[in-house]
Design a protein around this ligand. Structure first.
Ligand code: GLN
Length: 456
């Protein structure tokens, strides 16, 4: 804990931690020392972790990187962070992210962007750590903490993991409780760990999972011992390579990475089959209807009354002006865009044309995966991202849709509710890390982790 705290001090240029809790960390670490001495050390006893700002942490500011939650200090602890602390984890502080987890570069944060510890060769250009869990990725990659929590609605664990050379797993929808995590798109949001390697991911995920009666979508299923399942033996497993993920204009190095992953799994004794997931091309538009629709509804609660920021009002302003001014000041441009798109696709005249249509497409996307699994596929291998980390500002100058294209390989997994993992698997020409994604059957995170283990 002390080593991490001083590393965090020395790495403020990364802007990964947006709120530090050193005293609390020292206390928690001292408590962990006691437990270790008494021979009663749980799995994460004394492990220093960072917590994404999207998680409500009792008595510690939790702002979802938004101005609208300025000065919001929750009275309660999210289920997932409570479980981590029960397992002995030490909280070092809160981590940077895109505002309300909307983004792929951590550039929509009210705290300013986090920075990727990697550089292209000797270039000075600062790169994005990805998003939305950019602070989590940057902190783990730079060794500021041993693990971090992330959340993934459309790739926000897997894409930043790939951009920073670390491991990140989004478990099956319903595996981790969403209680106490600021909601973005409730039917897609899942928490998961971001770690240095697959074994750490298995250990931390174990502590995060489990049934929670406070989240109606949390699954009442036993949580297997994920670490014990890491045998590295994947002989006889069938790995599907979906042809629709081979896109026009895909950089050669991403192609090469994918081929290398395929070879590694084959060498480890897996059977590789080409598969088709025919509705893949509709995934991005489908996601960018459903996620904003749910977000517009979830974010309606930020009205200047119940939480955080309230705009200064002028003489004669009524409640409507208070809502309008507060929301105009409190939400950044990307969040406002999502609320407007979401409100539009849910409006009476367009509901059937957009929202209902997207829900039907979502069912088809899910069915594509079900069909592949029914044919005996155990896991699906794809690149995690269409490129390596890009420069800060590089994408924000383009139109917002260019940023959305980053999520092309990851959003299908959230739409289908499946577990997905990104593992570091190579480098681009300038030495930047690249990630491979494995997608697993529902509730089979243990198998998925073990397949990923074979790629390490
Ligand atoms: N980049 C995606 C978005 O902006 C995913 C975000 C996430 O997974 N939280 O919606």
């Amino acid at each position: 804990t002390e080593a991490c705290l001083s590393a965090i001090e020395g790495a403020s240029a990364l802007n990964a931690f947006v709120h530090r809790t050193p005293e609390r960390a020292q206390e928690m670490a001292a408590e962990a020392d006691k437990r270790i001495r008494s021979g009663d050390a749980p799995a994460l006893c004394g492990i220093p972790m960072g917590i994404k700002d999207l998680f409500c942490t009792k008595g510690v500011p939790s702002q979802a990187a938004s101005r609208i939650l300025e000065n919001f200090v929750p009275e309660y602890e999210s289920t997932v962070t409570q479980q981590l602390f029960d397992a002995g984890a030490v909280m070092l502080g809160k981590l940077n992210m895109d505002e309300f987890a909307m983004g792929s570069s951590n550039e929509t944060s009210v705290y300013g962007n986090a920075v990727n510890p990697w550089r292209r060769g000797n270039e000075a250009t600062e790169l994005t750590p990805g998003g939305s869990s950019g602070g989590s990725a940057s902190a783990v990659a730079a060794g500021l903490c041993l693990a971090a929590t992330g959340t993934d609605t459309g790739g926000s664990i897997r894409q930043p993991a790939a951009f920073t050379g670390i491991t990140g797993i989004k478990p099956t929808y319903g595996r981790c409780s969403r209680w106490g995590i600021v909601a973005f798109a409730s039917s897609l949001d899942q928490a998961g760990p971001m770690t240095r390697d697959v074994r750490d991911a298995a250990i931390v995920l174990q502590a995060m999972c489990g049934h929670d009666p406070k989240d109606s979508t949390s699954a009442d299923l036993p949580v297997p011992d994920f670490e014990a399942m890491l045998t590295g033996d994947i002989r006889g497993k069938t790995i599907g390579i979906p042809r629709e993920y081979r896109m026009d204009g895909m950089p050669e190095e991403i192609e090469a990475l994918w081929a290398e992953g395929r070879r590694m799994l084959e060498d480890a004794g897996a059977r590789i089959v080409d598969i088709s997931l025919p509705h893949t091309k509709y995934a991005l538009p489908c996601y960018y209807v459903i996620a904003p629709a749910e977000a517009s509804s979830n974010l309606a609660r930020y009205d200047g009354v119940r939480y955080g920021h309230r705009a200064k009002l002028a003489q004669g302003d009524g409640i409507v002006e208070m809502y309008e001014k507060t929301r105009a000041e409190g939400f950044g441009p990307e969040v406002q865009r999502r609320v407007m798109v979401g409100t539009y696709v849910l409006s009476a005249g367009f509901y059937d044309a957009y929202y209902n249509r997207a829900r039907k497409v979502r069912t088809l996307i899910k069915k594509d995966f079900e069909d592949a699994f029914a044919e005996g596929v155990d896991a699906i291998l794809t690149p995690a991202t269409p490129s390596a980390a890009f420069g800060l500002g590089e994408m924000t100058e383009a139109d917002p849709v260019a940023m959305y294209l980053n999520d092309v390989f990851t959003v299908t997994v959230n739409l289908a509710g499946l577990p997905g993992i990104s593992v570091p698997a190579g480098q681009d020409r300038s030495g930047l890390p690249l990630g491979l994604q494995l997608i697993g059957r529902p509730w089979e995170e243990g198998d998925l982790l073990n397949t990923a283990y074979a790629l390490e």
